[in-house]
Design a binder for this molecule. Sequence first.
Ligand code: CMC
Length: 425
Amino acid sequence: MADKKAQLKIDGLDETLELPIYSGSIGPDVVDVRSLTAKGLFTYDPGFVSTASCDSKITYIDGGKGVLLHRGYPIEQLAEKSDFLETSFLLLHGELPSKEEKEKFEKTIGGHTMVNEQIHTFFNGFRRDAHPMAVMCGVVGALSAFYHDSLDIRDARHREIAAHRLIAKMPTLAAMVYKYNIGQPFMYPKNDLSYSENFLHMMFNTPCEEKPISPVLANAMDKVFLLHADHEQNASTSTVRMAGSTGANPFACIAAGIAALWGPAHGGANEAVLNMLDEIGDESNIDKFLAKAKDKEDPFRLMGFGHRVYKNYDPRATVMKATCDEVLAELGLEDDPQLKMAMKLEKIALEDEYFVKRGLYPNVDFYSGIILKAIGIPTELFTVIFATGRTPGWIAHWNEMISGDYRIARPRQLYTGHAKRDYPG
Ligand code: CMC
């Protein structure tokens, strides 16, 4: 399997170590360092900047060129020609579905959209003003206490049922989190609607009034879900894999992913972008905030800018910007002052030496927040939307790991604490 080798000379070791190098189908080669352990050595890579934790066939990113492929298909083509559920099928199964497979998949997901009625009462334990991500971590984790009929993770059919349940129930739970927060009754899903129409129905309709769902907004919602569907070994996906590597329950693994996604450096950035735009307030303040972002003594960062992998324009941001224009035109908000300010901020940052030198470009979250706000989704719910979109990716990675060879994830450390010492007295 290894067609190349690396030679490693280490001070104090007589022999030269030979490390295999593997090539993927595309992308950088990887050096296999596993034999170092037997020599009493570990590699040191905080933040896993240079470490491939697994091999995977699901998603490929070329951060330098701004390329994102799911199972080989460019994200721009999927955003134009596919939809969220079809892309979910692609992520899970490796190939696009046939017409019949697509219809069957949509029907299957539709058949799982309701949650166990007892979950309704489960919500009552939360404060109504709790952060939606806090409630989401709790209720998705709680699914593990409700679905006991398909818990054998070594059984491919059981894993498939868990995947269907998760993809189907996430929008239902997301809408329930919102309804609970504003004190309205939960809306049951309607399975004659598409995935995204159904989500908007559960969010914005009430038992007293059911308004038709705008196709433009449903289409934008679908794009937001699709553009978040997967992003290879990011922090939340790696968390799902890590939790899954212990053999944990799939619903609990996804809840772990949701917890990891919550932070502002990851999925929480979409909420943070809107908060930042509110804080900047007016175009005249942009320079002041850019100076803060560049000041190493100031913790302020330009949210929605920069990415661990992309050192070029995030391809998802390009599609998101076009969708943003469509949504604002549909709602007659083309002159939205916040959007204008966001565009000015983007232009100034893209020309600024600090951002250019560090390859800091707008990421997916820069525009998704503006779209979601225009649709009427409250800022605090933005990361819940990201979690709903990312669910097929999380579950595809979990499934890929469980169905292949894997070991429990157990990183090592460089210990810098006290050497052994005796308890005083
Ligand atoms: N504003 C100002 N400076 C920045 C920013 C930013 N948004 N992002 C990175 N930098 C600087 C950073 O200070 C460092 O400068 P220097 O080399 O002088 O010390 C350099 O750029 C590299 O940054 P880093 O923190 O080493 O990069 P990282 O790969 O560890 O972090 C990141 C990536 C996404 C956490 C970071 O860019 C960031 O905090 N961005 C803002 C939050 C954000 O928008 N996150 C959403 C990411 S996309 C959605 C997702 O996939 O989760």
